[in-house]
Design a protein around this ligand. Structure first.
Ligand code: PMP
Length: 288
């Protein structure tokens, strides 16, 4: 049984209790993060916490924990779950808190609910093109809200798009806006590779500023051997790309070999993925 953190207390996960009047439950009124720790070593801890602090500010949840206090809390939780011997993801959730009635307006004197727990994640193995896992995706118009840069716990739009991919036997669903431009996937950022150049959509209100995306861009630029661009990507470019990838803290960089049943390039993992994955893997624990 894993140990969870709830409002200042460490306790067995199965014993954690939150009121049904919590606004996270009633409205999805909260912010969350998922941070990977491999045998106690985190990936992107500081940017993850900073993104959460920014998200809380964006929706005016007053949580007075500093970046340093968050780091200590999460490191303690990892230690309590024998994190030095396991690969663990930490789920961190801050809702606006528990009110006495159900009312849309933000309550004034309510403390945020802070809930964190860990779960096992897969071991990062050295992989190359011959043994890496491959993924397939479907595509659909992005029908989520216009504040996708906020990592809200209200994930129904994402869940419904993820389900579209899942129900059709795919690993993800790539999304495009009304101008036929790629945004991201339901739970991942997206990239194409054309003529050796990696291209990923710019950060705006249509996509989450992924921490894995940040580490990929920074490490590729620092390495200098592959060109990378942040710009608008049309769906025509996606369908004509040499390689297509998705990224997230749990998938790292995952190569897509089929889109809507049609092969990407020759239907095999491409050489740029292999190189980029090696660069990312070498940089991920040191990025901050
Ligand atoms: N986009 C969406 C919609 C996500 O939910 C996620 C996280 N699962 C990502 C992108 C990737 O973000 P990160 O690299 O920080 O995990």
């Amino acid at each position: 049984m894993s140990t969870a953190y709830l409002n200042g207390e460490y306790l067995p996960l199965a014993e954690a209790r939150i009121s049904p009047l919590d606004r996270g439950f009633l409205f999805g009124d909260g912010i969350y993060e998922v941070i990977p720790y491999y045998c106690g070593q985190s990936v992107g801890l500081i940017p993850h916490i900073q993104r959460m602090i920014d998200g809380l500010a964006a929706i005016e949840i007053k949580c007075d924990k500093s970046l340093q206090e968050w780091t200590i809390l999460l490191d303690d939780l990892i230690a309590k779950n024998q994190g030095s011997k396991h690969n663990l993801g930490v789920y961190v959730h801050v809702s606006r808190g528990t009110d006495t009635i159900r009312n849309h307006a933000y309550p004034v004197d309510v403390s945020p609910t802070i809930f964190c727990f860990t779960f096992e994640i897969k071991e990062p193995e050295p992989v190359d093109r011959s043994n890496a896992a491959t993924y397939t995706v479907t595509t659909t118009q992005d029908l989520r809200w216009k504040r996708c840069h906020i990592k809200s716990t209200a994930l129904l739009g994402n869940v419904m798009h993820y389900q579209q991919g899942h129900a059709s036997g795919n690993s993800e669903c790539l999304l495009y806006n009304t101008d036929n431009e790629l945004t991201e996937g339901s739970s991942v950022n997206a990239y194409i590779v054309k003529d050796g150049v990696i291209i990923t959509p710019v950060l705006d209100n249509q996509i989450l500023p992924g921490i894995t995306r940040r580490i990929i861009i920074d490490s590729i630029i620092a390495d200098g051997s592959i060109k990378i661009e942040e710009r608008t990507v049309t769906m025509d470019e996606v369908h004509n790309a040499d390689e297509v990838w998705i990224s997230s803290s749990s998938k790292e960089i995952a190569p897509i070999v089929q889109i809507d049943g049609v092969n990407v390039g020759d239907g095999k993992i491409g050489p740029v993925w292999e190189k980029a994955f090696a660069i990312y893997t070498a940089a991920k624990f040191t990025h901050s």
